[in-house]
Design a protein around this ligand. Structure first.
Ligand SMILES: [Zn+2]
Length: 325
């Protein structure tokens, strides 16, 4: 059943391609050439054919019950409902076009309790973006990731990094300008390498001290300035588990809006199975053979050990390794 203001085409639960990684596969035409056309953008913001997704304290609005995932849909609604909840300088972002229909995200963090009072009360609820990703379809997950990353960036970049003056939003949300020193600031994406070391039919997974229980995952770290992806993979594996690797192969990337990472998934051929964990980063690591990797990806626990769910690119790296001949 469609809910008031919901966008049916995006709200039908459909399976994406089997290799679709959550937060990727954004279906919108970003129409970046329109961002500077303020007349066009303002008209689209008022156009009843447009859709607006409210975010409150970085949580997306969702139609449907607060508990569980059944009947939960992306909270895309007609313009004019949520905007009155925005502070005067609150961020909003033009997300892109679906055909002629424009989609926007608006930040209503200034509202006290918008799910229960005001113009959208009773229509749905707000939910942590990571949790919401398991409830809505993959197209909406990708759009949510774009919106969340952009609003998060605005919230953290209200002041000029050069001179400290408050900055002003431009280009439908894709630029901030300092009117004092004229510095321009653009949305940032932080590259992270995430990788499995492999050796003769086994891959190396590690347990970060912060992970829940016995969850083992691919190892990861930020790419540093002046470093290639391959170099970052080699450095991180050396630092975290003292493993020397040769060939590095890129598999896939995942936008990860917590707050602004791009996860770059790789496999790396280890020279041997010797390793030694840096206890500050990795509590434990172990080599897992292909048959075990298949069981882990199927959701089994093996000697208590489990791997991250399909929302994480680590899951897809381990799966890709498990399915190799
Ligand atoms: Zn400045």
């Amino acid at each position: 059943m469609a809910r008031p203001g919901s966008y049916r085409e995006f709200s039908v639960k459909t399976e994406g391609p089997t290799r679709m990684i959550p937060f990727s596969g954004n279906p919108l035409d970003r129409a970046s050439e329109k961002r500077t056309d303020t007349g066009w953008v303002e008209a689209k913001r008022r156009d009843p054919g447009s859709l607006v997704w409210p975010f409150w304290r970085l949580q997306p609005f969702l139609f449907g019950p607060e508990k569980g995932n059944d009947g939960v849909e992306a909270g895309l609604m007609k313009p004019g409902l949520a905007e009155s909840l925005m502070a005067p300088d609150a961020p909003w972002v033009f997300l892109g076009l679906e055909g002629e229909r424009a989609l926007f995200a608006v930040d209503i963090s200034a509202a006290r309790d918008p799910a229960n009072e005001g113009p959208i009360a009773g229509l749905g609820h707000f939910r942590d973006a990571r949790v919401a990703a398991a409830a809505i379809n993959l197209k909406d997950v990708a759009i949510m990731g774009q919106a969340k990353a952009m609003i998060d960036w605005h919230q953290r970049h209200g002041f000029c990094a050069r001179c400290g003056t408050a900055t002003v939003m431009k280009d439908a949300g894709y630029r901030r300008v300092c009117e004092s020193c004229e510095a321009e600031h653009f949305p940032r994406t932080d590259p992270v390498v995430i990788m499995l070391a492999t050796h003769d039919g086994a891959c190396l997974v590690g347990r970060n001290a912060r992970f829940p229980g016995q969850m083992y995952s691919a190892l990861a770290g930020f790419v540093e300035p002046g470093e290639s992806i391959e170099e970052a993979v080699r450095r991180e594996l050396m630092e975290e588990v003292n493993v020397k690797v040769g060939k590095v192969t890129y598999l896939a990337t995942q936008p990860w809006p917590f707050p602004s990472s791009l996860m770059i998934g790789c496999l790396a051929e280890a020279e041997s199975r010797d390793f030694k964990c840096d206890e500050n980063e990795i509590a434990e690591a172990r080599w897992v053979d292909r048959a075990t990797a298949k069981r882990l990806i199927a959701g089994e626990r093996v000697e208590g050990l489990f791997v991250p769910p399909a929302i994480a690119i680590a899951h897809h790296l381990i799966k890709a390794f498990a399915e190799m001949e």
